[in-house]
Each structure stands twice: as C-alpha cells, then as structure tokens.
Design a protein around this ligand. Sequence first.
Ligand code: ADP
Ligand code: MG
Ligand code: ZN
Length: 629
Amino acid sequence: MKEGDAKAKGRSSSGTHPAQHLFWILLLVLIGLLIWSPMQDEPAIPVSYSAFRSLVQEGQVDQVVIQGYEIRGTLTDPIERPVAGAEEPQEVQRFLTHVPAFGDDGLLPLLEDQGVEIRTEAESDFSWWLILLYGLPFLLVLLFFVFFLRSMQGQGQRMFSMGESRARAYERTDEATTFADVAGQAGAKRELEELVSFLKDPSHFERVGGEVPRGFLLVGPPGTGKTLLARAVAGEAEVPFFHMSGSDFMEMLVGVGASRVRNLFKEAKEAAPSIVFIDELDSVGRKRGAGLGGGHDEREQTLNQLLSELDGFDPNQGVVVLAATNRPDILDQALLRPGRFDRKVTVDLPTPADREAILAIHARRKPLSKDVDLSAIARSTPGFSGADLKNLLNEGALLAARRGHDEITQDDIDEARDKILLGLEREGMLLTEDDRKLLAYHEGGHAVVAAVVPNADPIHKVTIVPRGRAMGVTQQLPDRDRYVYSRDYLEDRLAVLMGGRAAEGLVLNTSTSGAEEDLRQASQLARKMVLSWGMSDAFGNLAPSSAQQEVFLGQDIAQRQEFSDTTAREVDEAVREIVASAFTRAVSILEENRDGLDRVADALLEDEEIPGSRVLELLGRNGTQDSPE
Ligand code: ADP
Ligand code: MG
Ligand code: ZN
C-alpha cells in the first residue's frame, strides 16, 4: 500500500501563524518605504547658487525650503534649462542648490523682497537608507532564525505547532485497506477481527459484560505487514484512525512529546469509537533508565505520559490502542502490563504458502508472462518478508522494462532475486588468470562440500562473477523453510563454509583474504552452537549464556558479562574445536573428490557461472541432491 492511499488528512494546524504574518508585513513595509521615499522629492534638479540667485531676482521662485545648507525650491512656472548630463535642455520646476559655507547675508532680504515663501526644516541625517543600513543585520538574523527553525523541524510549518498531536486522521475512503489486502497472517487477522467487531458495535460486548482489551501490540520482524494490518483494521472498522509513529513524539524540546501524546488521546476520545495506532512503539517505549549515557529525559516523560493515557480511559469508551514494534524485547515492562498493551499479536515472516499469496496480491496490477510460477518463486525465497516480496516483484518489473519486455518473465524475477540476495554484478573488474583460478577453486570448494554432505541446502548456482561485495558466490537455496536447526545441519553448514579455504590450501597451497566472510560466519555460528544451543562436547547440554546479546543502547550493560573469565576461555576453546573439525572435514571431503573439484573449477573458469545441477553432474552425483531449478 502506498502511503498516500489512506488519504491522510492533516488535522493539525495548517497555514500560517500570526508571528509569521508579522514577519512578512515587516518585510513589505520596509520594501515599500524604500521605494516610496526617493519618489517623494524626485524631480528636484540641482542648479548652481548663482543661477538660483538670478532666478529669485527675476521673481521666478515661488517658495523655498531651507534645511541646513540645502535649499530646495519650486518655480512659479517651469522653465527650460540646460542640465548637466542631459543633452537637451530640460523642464525645471523643482530645484535644489546649496548655500555657500561662509553664508550669504543678502539672501534672506532678497527672498523677502521678492515675496518668496520661506520654510525652514530642522537639519537631520534621517534617511531611509540609514534605517536599512542599521535594520538589515536584524532582518538577516530574523530570516536566519526563521529558516533555521524550519529546517530543524523538517518540512512544513511545524515551527509553531510543536505541541499538537500531528496525528494523521484517516478518512474512510472506498479504496481503504482491508483484510483482503493482507495475505496470510491468519492468526493476527483472527485476533484483530474481534477488535473490528467491537468497534462496529461496542454495545454488543457490553451486554454480555465483556471488556475488550484496550491495547493490542503487533509484534514481528520488519516488513511483515504490521502497519498494513493496522490500516486494514481501520479500513474494516470504518472508524476514525489516528496514526502516529513513535519517532513523531521525539523532539528536541523536552515536554513536546508528552503534550503530543496528550493531544493525540484527547482527539481520539472526542472521536470515539476510534483507533489510535502508534507505529514503531519501541522508539518511545524503551526501557526507562537503561542503556548507556543515562536516561533520556524527553523519552521518559513521553513514555510516562503514554502510560498514564493508557490507564486514563474507560475501556468501554471506545478507544482502542494499536501499536507495532519489531523489538518487543526492549519495551518497558510497564507497557506490557495487563490493562495496557496486554494483547500481543504476533506477525511472523510468511510461510511458503503465505508468500505465494502475498506475491499474488502484489502481482495483481503487474503484467506477468505465462511462464511465471509464483509458487516456485515463493519456495525459493525463504526468509523474505512481505515487503521483500513486494520489492522483488518491483525489481523484476524494472528489469523487464529495462530489457524492453511487455511482460515480466520468470527470468526477470530470478535475476531480481539474485540482485537482492547477492548484490549487483560488478562490471569492468579485471582479474588476472591467477586470481580467477583462486576464485574458481575457492567457490568450487564450497560447492563440492555442499554437494557431498548429506544435510546441506541444495546448491542453486555457483559463480565467480563479482557481485556486490563478494568476489564469487556459492548460492544455496533451502528447499523448505527451516524453523529449527539440527546439529547435523549446522555441522554440514560449517563444513561448506570452510570448503572455500580448504580448497585454497589443498590445491594452491595458499590462503586468501577472500575467505574473510566465510570465517566470520563460521565463528559466529559456532559460538551460537556453544553459547546458546548447548551443542559442544565441553559444555554438554549447558548453555553458558542464554544469548550473546548485541550491545545496544536499550540493554543494561551489566547484563552482558554473565560468566567468568575461565568459562570465557573454555567457550573460546569449544568454538575453536568446532570450527577446526569442520575444516578437517572439508579438507577430507575435497581430497576424496579431488577430480570432481578440478572439474568444477574448470567449468567455472570456462563459464563463470554454473547451476547447481551442473555441479552434481560434474561430481557424478546426479539425483542425490535436487536443485530448485
Ligand atoms: P511493517 O510495518 O511490519 O514493517 P509494513 O506493513 O510496512 O511492514 O509492510 C510493508 C509493505 O509490505 C506493505 O505495504 C505491503 O505492501 C507489503 N506486505 C507486507 N506484508 C504483507 C502481507 N502479509 N500481505 C500483503 N502485503 C504485505
Ligand atoms: Mg511498519
Ligand atoms: Zn567463500
């Protein structure tokens, strides 16, 4: 669903604020003054003092204004006069001249004799140019301030609406999202349908004395459709829906988040029955007082406000709060207490059948060629979320367009999947013959081990075309989704990971930096086996730590070191043993299949990319392992 679908309507203030009007008015006035002030005494033409005197004597001057040394005057009738700078003589009625510095005692009597009207004005330096000169810096500061605040607040005129809830209220539209737009997620839908029927008819629940839970927490990995589900609830229930993201509460100023929470709930209560949806709840709802660098005042205040709002309304008032998060583990326990978010709705990664349904939904508006097999795509994309699948189809469409097809073919989609999983092909990378040989044996090593061990995922393809960050790839695609890993599977996986380095050593008697990623993955996996899954001989079925938690800000630091230094050393020893035995296993597999390895490496040097079936063929193992192709 596109963001715009829901026809979001801004409830928060729009337009300008008085202070902003003031600013623009000020600016206009200044500009007006600048234009107007020179116009006032525009056509005064400078004349020499002697010319001025003779004009007076001839009785042509009507009136003068004397200001300091400056005399401005008006003639009774305009006269033609040659003017400096102009070729033609010009018509002069208003003129300007200067009294000599030593004064002219005879001027005043002369003017009086001729009956000229005399006005005097106080000498002053007052000028609009000076105002501008002094005013400009202030103006600039003001401008800077306004733009700075604006950019700080993101787009729009939020500067003056900090405390407002900024929730977007969704209008009921014909194209509203409904449960039909969400594929799979049967469990989540079932829970939410109950909520929908409550919102449609709250009295029905009251009659039987039932209380509807007020808080639903949608929990699941990113891209699995949590936001989509929340929109679907709104679409189904046809009630006002107030949508805010946790990060919207977070502002630079302490107290703003809390007041937004207050306003959000106020609006929702006024519109009851209604739904409040807080997306990315973890960004406000983190454990308080945890993490590095002490508490975060603003967040704590916002969270406290949220907690008190959750408590502060009667469940039958008709406001239901939905929230979504992909990190339930870092949420403050207080949020999960009964009476708050007491219903957890799990939104999981889709099963293969669900993936097919999701693909079908997103393929609705795309022209697919007949050869596209959605069910095969679904099977070859384990671990893809709904958002990933949508992206896959989109990438496929882009590729089809680039290739000038009218329809998206299976080939386009396969290519798009490789691009997503492995990165783009890197073109123009020149490798020496030696490098290519190293690569071919490295990948050949992975491939041969993968083909021989009993529990490995089928090989999809092997390539020595550099893609993304990898120089070559042996791509395995699981034939089914795995939810648990057996020890046999993990040990085979480790052997496959070590296959690359083993082949380098066996054939070329060297080791390369290309194995870095393999080694990193292998030691990570082995550590997990020891620490979390109780799969080492040294520890037996003990798991020295429940989990090797990543250090991240929401966790208490003190929690991390759970075992003694001695245990730590023993863990390292056990990890080393697991990796070492995987390596030995890889080497012996390759030694046994030395001819096969050579054939695979040669094929790679020749074709650069070979399908998994070809590997099996070259090893004379047809049918032992079936590739998804
Ligand atoms: P989340 O909020 O869980 O991170 P979203 O709801 O934002 O994920 O999902 C992103 C997009 O992926 C959705 O807009 C939708 O197009 C697609 N999507 C995810 N799950 C599904 C699903 N079960 N059915 C259909 N589309 C889905
Ligand atoms: Mg989301
Ligand atoms: Zn490798």
